[in-house]
Ligand binder design. Sequence first.
Ligand SMILES: NC(=O)c1ccc[n+]([C@@H]2O[C@H](COP(=O)([O-])OP(=O)(O)OC[C@H]3O[C@@H](n4cnc5c(N)ncnc54)[C@H](OP(=O)(O)O)[C@@H]3O)[C@@H](O)[C@H]2O)c1
Length: 244
Amino acid sequence: MRLNHNKILITGATSGIGRALAEHFCQLDNQIIAVGRNEAKLEELAKLDNRIATYKCDLSSQLELDRLVTFIKQKHTDLNILINNAGIQYNCNLLNDTYSLQKVDNEISINLTVPIKLIASLLPVLQINSNAAIVNVSSGLAIVPKAKSAVYCGTKAAIHIFSKSLRYQLENVKVFEIIPPLVDTKMTKGRGKGKITPKRLVDEFIKAFKSNRYEVNIHKVKLLRIVNRISPTIADRIMKRATT
Ligand SMILES: NC(=O)c1ccc[n+]([C@@H]2O[C@H](COP(=O)([O-])OP(=O)(O)OC[C@H]3O[C@@H](n4cnc5c(N)ncnc54)[C@H](OP(=O)(O)O)[C@@H]3O)[C@@H](O)[C@H]2O)c1
């Protein structure tokens, strides 16, 4: 992949991994369309650099999602990279009273349905441009799940397999998957040890992106995949009781 002179839409660009991706790609001289809900954080991003344009959108609203797609089709027909990064994790199990069916819907929608809908809607734009790519952000939990947050693990496993199948389908658009370990962001605030910074994740991803390595196992996920290959039982035992 060419690392500069792209137009890149990043969902969940207001925080954590998405924000780090937005800043890094901007420094590499790309045009960024940063999507998020938090207006103050979007304004802050826009002030960083005039190559960052922002678009406020609650991705859980079909109406707002449709508006975003129309906006891209009308104003940004040169969009060539879509990064599906926005995600949520409620981190509670189905027996927990606070885990309502509304939350189940929301978690599946943001982590799985919305990325698929965005890809399906924006593919006609992406595929007419050169150096076209889709980047989906899954999780190490897509490979080996933990007991807590079964729905989250399920959505990430689904986006993992979806990305692989889509990669087989598409000829002119490359499909990448970032598979992060525990990263120090708002999502993991107050829990977990040994987290890496979003910047470290981005540095590792960029190297893989440049050399067309499509499934990007970040940091400890590399080790997790080796353990899982040698002994799935040991990998399951390690991850099952993870509190993070
Ligand atoms: N942190 C980790 O350890 C870790 C590990 C594996 C995978 N991941 C994945 O990495 C991705 C980024 O996570 P993160 O850790 O950077 O989390 P984060 O700091 O909590 O950021 C999540 C982003 O998603 C956006 N978002 C959530 N719901 C949205 C909605 N309804 N509409 C629009 N935007 C929405 C948020 O935007 P607003 O704040 O503007 O609403 C925010 O920018 C997620 O897909 C996550 O599952 C994270």
